[in-house]
Every structure is written in C-alpha cells, then in structure tokens.
Design a protein around this ligand. Structure first.
Ligand SMILES: [Zn+2]
Length: 408
C-alpha cells in the first residue's frame, strides 16, 4: 500500500519518467513498421537547414542537440532525400536576393564535397533512387520565394542549371507577379509575367510549388501548368484554418492534375487550438520575436531553431497549447480521404518552424509509418506517401521538360 509520502515520491518519479517515455517512443514501433520504413525511400520536400549550413562552424555530420536535421538523425529516421530550402525574406529583392540565393545554393552544393560518404546531389527521381541504393542521402534544392529571381527568367534558368528542382512562387509577401496567401492581393493572382514564368518552369523541369501562394494564384497556376504541381509544405485548412493551408477544393484540384500536397508539421498549421491561442495574444508573439532577436541577432539559422525552442518553453509554462505529433497523421489522413493516397507526401518544414511533441527531429519519422500501418493503410500506399508520390511528380515534371525542349 502506498503511503502519502510514497505516492508523492512515485509522482515525482513518474514526472521524471513520462517525458523520457515520450522521447523514446521509437521503441513502440512494430517490427512490421520498422521493416517497411527502413526498406522505403523517404523524401522530405521542405527543410530550412540551409540557414544553419551558412555558418561554416556548423558540422552537418555530427548529432546536434538542437534543430531537427543532421546526418546522424537523418540516418536514424531513414530520411533518404531532402529538399534544402533556398530561402531569404521577401523584403530582400533585386540583385541582393539573387546573390543571397546563390550563396545558399553554393553551401548545399558543397555538402557532397564535405561529406562524400553520406551525401550526393540529386536532380532527378532516378538520381534519388540511385543515391539511395548506394547507401547515401540525396540532397535536392527548392527555392522558397519567386522574389529570388529578380524578375529575370535567365536567373530562373540558371537556378535550374545549378540543380534547383522546385520554386515556391511566393514567400510571405506578394512578388511583382504573384500574390501570397499572407500578402495584399496586389495582382489578383498571377500576372502575365507570372504565367510566362510558370511556362518556363515547366520547360526547365522546375516543379511549380504553390505553398505560400494565395488561393487565386494557386488556381491561376493550376490552370496553365503543363506539369503536375506540388504544395511542398502545406497542411489542410479544414482542420486548421491558416491561409497557408489548402482548402479541400484546392487539394482535390491539385490532385486531379496529378499533383501532391506534402504535409507540413508546423504546430500553427496542424492545430486550430494552437493557432487560436497564438492569434489571441499578439503581444506574446511580439515578446517571442524580441526574445529570439536577443538570443540570435541577425543569424537566421539560430532564429529558426531558437523559435522552436522558445515555443516549447511557452508550452511548458502553459502559455501555449501542447500539440502532439499525431496531428500530422490526421492531416495526412484527411488529404488521403479527399484526394487518394497517390497525392499526399511529407514536407516537414524542419529547422524552419515549430515542431509538435514527438516529432522533434528526423529520427522520429518511423512513427509515421507505424501510425499509418495501425490505421490500416497498405504498405504500398504508405511507401507512396513517404516518398513515392514526390518521385512520381518529379518524373512527370522531367518528362514535361523534355517534351518542351528544356533539358539544360
Ligand atoms: Zn515556408
């Protein structure tokens, strides 16, 4: 029988053990899920780790206690192919934007030089499969925000020649030719130049990424793109009403033209409760921004990882609701029910957003396979969601490019 003191001590002990159990949830993964996961090619279409790579002192080859992505943790989670986001704020435009994008492309392209046993650059779906068969991780690139081409189709073509395989038409601000979901509806969608640009992306084999764009820009791009499009890191608006998420109609329309929505793990896109709490207290958001600036100055990589850390501190203090990783499964399942298992993938936003509990880093990915199996998904469907669908779209985009005479 427990004495009152015994009960008290047990509670303290459980308090110490419970977080540990959350951290070691991997042990709950069934053998079947483990085998399926580690025999699959896992593709993540959006990671902001590039910001950390810009720091020459950052060693991608060792396990870090912060952030979500490095070679050891990718190996643990069998993350086989990763799209490094080439990103700068939409407030930076003109030649400066091109220069900064080039700097980021350079650090990604140097990865195989620094880590030749682990990383190889991929341009095509076949490259990804070959690199995976060689036991390495495939590194790909996506430009996050059309402002980085400085309104110049030549720059777009140069990006393609350097290996960029998707471009998000906008980031959080409207560009000179497309509206963002968080912009001011400057153009009512895509301008004529924007349409010309989508055509050129099709010709150059760059996937048209509609994450971040306004609904009107999405429909305008969908109407003219000759290849299937992707939403590299978006979730479902029916579950969490963020303008960055996709409505049911958008998901169905994207899928009807062969595209894929890659589900974003950011808590503010997964959970309505989190979004409401965040929106209800703008002063808290401002205080967080100030604290992050205090910790990091202008270092973007630091700001992104500290943002994730600070959000956890606020959750621990009860100021923001706790969001579990299983919400990712709800969004995947919602999109699959709408569009079918051929049109859903993974686009974590690791190292660029605030991750839910239990999905702190790439080592946690086997849980997704485990949860989808437990939900009754077939092994074939799970492999498509983990990466097969993204590879299929890449092949279709490559075929379109060839047909349009655009292979660099
Ligand atoms: Zn983004």
């Amino acid at each position: 029988m427990l004495t009152r003191m015994g009960l008290f001590l047990l509670c303290i002990a459980l308090g110490a053990i419970i977080p540990f159990l959350t951290v070691t949830a991997q042990s709950d993964i069934s053998q079947k899920a483990h085998d399926l996961h580690f025999s699959s090619i896992i593709v993540d279409t959006h990671d902001d780790t590039t910001q950390r790579l810009l720091d020459p002192k950052f060693d991608f080859g060792i396990r870090h206690n912060d952030g979500s992505i490095d070679i050891p943790r990718m190996r643990e989670g069998n993350l086989s192919a990763i799209f490094f986001s080439i990103w700068i704020s939409g407030t930076i435009t003109g030649p400066e934007a091109v220069k900064r994008a080039m700097d980021q492309i350079d650090v990604v392209r140097e990865l195989p030089v620094r880590y030749p046993k682990d990383i190889a650059l991929a341009r095509t779906a076949d490259d990804v499969r070959r690199i995976h068969a060689d036991g390495k991780i495939a590194a790909l690139m996506g430009v996050e925000g059309g402002h980085m081409i400085d309104n110049d189709l030549g720059v777009l073509r140069d990006f393609a020649r350097l290996g960029v395989r998707y471009m998000t038409l906008t980031h959080m601000l409207d560009t000179d030719w497309a509206d963002s979901s968080t912009g001011k509806s400057t153009h009512n969608g895509l301008t004529d130049f924007g349409k010309q640009l989508v055509h050129e992306m099709n010709r150059m084999g760059i996937m048209v990424d509609i994450s971040h764009v306004s609904d009107k820009t999405f429909y305008d791009a969908l109407a003219i793109s000759e290849a299937p499009m992707i939403a590299s890191h978006s979730s479902c608006r029916a579950i969490c009403d963020a303008p960055r998420n996709m409505t049911d109609d958008m998901i169905k329309a994207l899928a009807a033209k062969g595209g894929v929505v890659q589900i974003n793990y950011h808590v503010g896109f997964l959970s309505q409760e989190f979004r409401n709490a965040d929106k209800a207290n703008p002063d808290m958001g401002k205080a967080m921004q100030e604290e992050i600036k205090k910790r990091c100055g202008e270092n973007e990589g630091c700001q992104l990882t500290e943002g994730d850390k600070l959000t956890r501190e606020y959750v621990a203090q009860g100021k923001l609701p706790r969001v579990e990783w299983t919400r990712i499964i709800e969004h995947i399942d919602h999109a699959v029910k709408l569009a079918g298992a051929d049109h859903v993938g993974l686009g974590s936003d690791f190292d660029g957003a605030n991750m839910p509990y239990g999905m702190e880093d790439a080592s946690r990915l086997p849980q997704i396979t485990n949860a989808l199996l437990a939900k009754g998904y077939s092994a074939g469907d799970i492999q498509k969601i983990l990466g097969g669908n993204t590879l299929r779209v890449m092949e279709q985009v490559e075929a379109t490019s060839k047909r349009m005479g655009g292979q660099p």
